[in-house]
Design a protein around this ligand. Structure first.
Ligand code: GLA
Ligand code: ZN
Length: 672
């Protein structure tokens, strides 16, 4: 068993190696003023630690670790393997990634190692071994941070060769492979394993990387292979650390909305604690950020996660990076805690002097002063966290609704050459998450491999790819009393992107009690009308399935187009449970109506029945106490939902009863 974090970490990325050692004490004093208790160090120090292949120099890192240990800081120690030193590119060019256009990276940037380069793997393991061996016994290290934000794919000849062996293992024979990918299409049949070519812009692609391709089965397998290759490098590092330290949790920072190349569902299984870097833009609605936090909590089976990075004020890399408004920082950081984070960490603790991140916000800005708005807000968050840390740490959230997110499906949906170009998997899932969020229903975003049994409702929009046993798993879940909802363009293909014959939605046909005869594409300027029994009228966009019932009953029908009068939303009793099918991209009010119906019918708990658009309402509990987080995620005054306008609630941040109005960005943590 690994250790758990004992106290909430408040801190983030700090790069003292960019500064003279004489400045470190002043920095520490400032950190302490803001109640910062933790630093993440050594994320990008490889070139300093190893000036050439045969020389290692830990003198600076020793001093840094010693300094923070003496000051009793909690250290998140990174392995420094995400940015390669210049000498390595020079000596071993194959360490560098090759892009989708077939061009090999040269020295520069970061996150550009080939995960199948034997030279990279050897040098990386040597470095990690030295770091782990040297610092493993330091009890101030509370987590190991491997590499950084794994991401881009490599298309080099080493990867091509490794892919060939990966495919042999998966398919055994060329006959199986040709059949899985349907390679008789456009003369793609392969007669020799050496004919395998990795995806390339001048190969099977129609567009940019990870978008359209001729044989999606091949490209999806390549994404699986690359994700596994990167995960293998993570596992290699982890194994080395565990040689010296079996107690301290090991993790890497997940990122993106979510990140496409890394199948986090399989990566999550290797993490001792899930860590996430959160960078909403100024126009990201609060529910989209919440969606990612609920995914991180879901990936960790409901355990608390780390907010490994966030910005204390602004970033420098979005098209426009406004400052967080006065008070906004407190709301954005507590939003992560509200959804299950047990740490609040920033990128970065000190603003750098030069290079591309010098204008990225930081706790210590270029002025070096603490009498600033941004610093005061950082300090307030620090003192707030210190106050509530003991009560909130390790508490959990119970959700009775789960939203399925699957990376294989993510890839296949966005490779799909189909009747509309507007298939953005995450965005289309947001429709459903938002409807639940606005109704204050707790949601776990989980993978198709998760345990379904604790949920009253599983929502699986756009489940285009249904893997081998998933259809059976869903049938069993519903038969035993579960409720399942899926939508248009679901159940079309298997794991290799090959069509299920005999009627869509293939393996979901029995449970939904219907089949889809045709699917219409709706122009962005158009819509289809949808009516319910009581004459309520909604609209559908994107696509509309023309549904033929095989046992299901219609809940709503189309009311325009040549298919007017045919089912648009259906319900099918199956065993003890029920399956719902939504044939079109229902508008927000339609989804709200549908979920209100489901909430009432199934008895799904709501934290508040107040309508709202700007409050984030969640709970975390420990078996004894429940803490309700009510955050005003807007710049406007909001009223406290009626359920909480009650003197039995105490705000543990202020030790007072909550006020009935929430000031802009106000944060309440209420305990009964
Ligand atoms: C990422 C990286 C950090 C830093 C931040 C800037 O999340 O992990 O090193 O570059 O972005 O926002
Ligand atoms: Zn490669």
């Amino acid at each position: 068993m690994k250790n758990k974090l004992a106290t909430m970490l408040y801190g983030g990325d700090y790069n003292p190696e960019q500064w003279a050692p004489e400045t470190w004490d002043d920095d520490i004093e400032i950190f302490e003023e803001a109640a910062i208790n933790s630093v993440t160090i050594n994320v990008f120090s490889w070139a300093l630690l190893q000036p050439n292949e045969y020389t290692y120099d830990f003198s600076t890192l020793d001093k840094i670790i010693d300094k923070f240990s003496k000051k009793d800081f909690k250290i998140v120690l990174a392995t420094a393997t995400a940015a390669l030193p210049a000498w390595m590119f020079k000596k071993y060019p194959d360490v560098a990634r090759v892009d989708y256009q077939g061009r090999r990276h040269v020295f520069g940037q970061r996150h550009n190692a080939c995960p199948n380069s034997l030279d990279y793997l050897r040098l990386m393991q040597q470095l990690v071994d030295k770091i782990a061996k040297r610092y493993a016994t330091n009890e101030h290290i509370v987590a190991w941070h491997i590499n950084n934000e794994y991401g881009g794919n490599c298309y080099c000849s080493n990867c091509q060769n490794a892919f060939k062996f990966w495919l042999k293992e998966r398919y055994r024979t060329l006959e199986n492979l040709n059949s899985a990918w349907n390679m008789n299409f456009w003369s793609h049949t392969i007669h020799d394993w050496n004919e395998i070519v990795v995806p390339n812009e001048l190969g099977d692609a129609f567009g940019a990387e990870n978008t359209e391709t001729t044989v999606a089965g091949l490209s999806i397998d390549y994404l699986r292979f690359q994700s596994e290759s990167m995960l293998n490098t993570f596992k290699l590092e982890k194994k080395i650390i565990e040689k010296y330290d079996q107690k301290t949790p090991i993790t890497t920072n997940f990122h993106g909305l979510p990140n496409k190349p890394t199948d986090y569902a399989s990566w999550a299984k290797e993490q001792d604690i899930i860590a996430y870097d959160s960078y909403p833009t100024f126009e990201t609605p609060a529910f989209e950020t919440a969606f990612m936090y609920d995914m991180m909590r879901g990936l960790g089976n409901g355990n608390p996660f780390m907010l490994m990075e966030s910005t204390p004020s602004q970033v420098n890399w979005q098209p426009y990076s406004p400052l967080k408004r006065p008070g906004q920082l407190r709301a954005t950081e507590f939003q992560a805690v509200a959804h299950g984070a047990d740490t609040v960490q920033y990128f970065q603790l000190k603003q750098s002097l030069g290079a591309t991140e010098k204008f990225h916000g930081a706790v210590i800005s270029h002025s070096g002063r603490t009498d600033t708005r941004a610093f005061r807000e950082v300090a307030q968050v620090g003192h707030d966290l210190k106050k509530i840390s003991n009560q909130i740490m390790h508490t959990r959230t119970t959700a009775k609704v789960a939203l399925l997110f699957d990376w294989g499906n993510y890839w296949s949906v966005e490779y799909m050459a189909t009747i509309t170009q507007d298939l953005n998997y995450t965005k289309l899932l947001h429709d459903y998450y938002k409807a639940l969020y606005n109704n204050n229903v707790a949601v776990d975003v989980i993978s198709v491999d998760s345990d379904f049994s604790e949920y009253d409702l599983i929502v699986a929009p756009l489940l285009y790819m249904v893997k081998d046993n998933l259809g059976k798993k869903i049938e069993a879940y519903v038969a035993e009393g579960g409720n399942f909802l899926t939508t248009y363009l679901s159940g079309l293909v298997n794991e290799s992107d090959k069509i299920y014959l005999d009627g869509y939605p293939g393996p979901l046909r029995k449970v939904t009690g219907l089949w889809v005869e045709e699917t219409d594409a709706i122009l962005p300027t158009n819509h289809v009308n949808v009516t319910l029994k009581d004459d309520k009228m909604f609209t559908g966009q994107l696509v509309s399935d023309i549904i033929r019932l095989e046992g299901a009953e219609p809940l709503a029908k189309y009311a325009s187009e040549f298919y007017a009068g045919t089912p648009a939303i259906t319900k099918n009793d199956f065993g003890e449970g029920c399956a719902y099918y939504v044939g079109t991209r229902l508008d927000d009010s339609g989804l709200d109506y549908l979920f209100k119906f489901l909430i009432a019918k199934i008895g799904i708990p709501q934290l508040s029945t107040n309508e709202h658009t700007s409050l984030d309402i969640t709970e975390r509990h420990n078996g004894k106490d429940t803490f309700f987080f009510i955050l005003n995620m807007s710049n406007e005054v909001q009223s406290l939902p009626l359920e909480f306008q009650d003197d039995q609630f105490i705000d543990i941040l202020t030790d007072t009863h909550p006020k009935n109005v929430l000031e802009p960005w106000n944060v309440n943590i209420l305990k009964r």
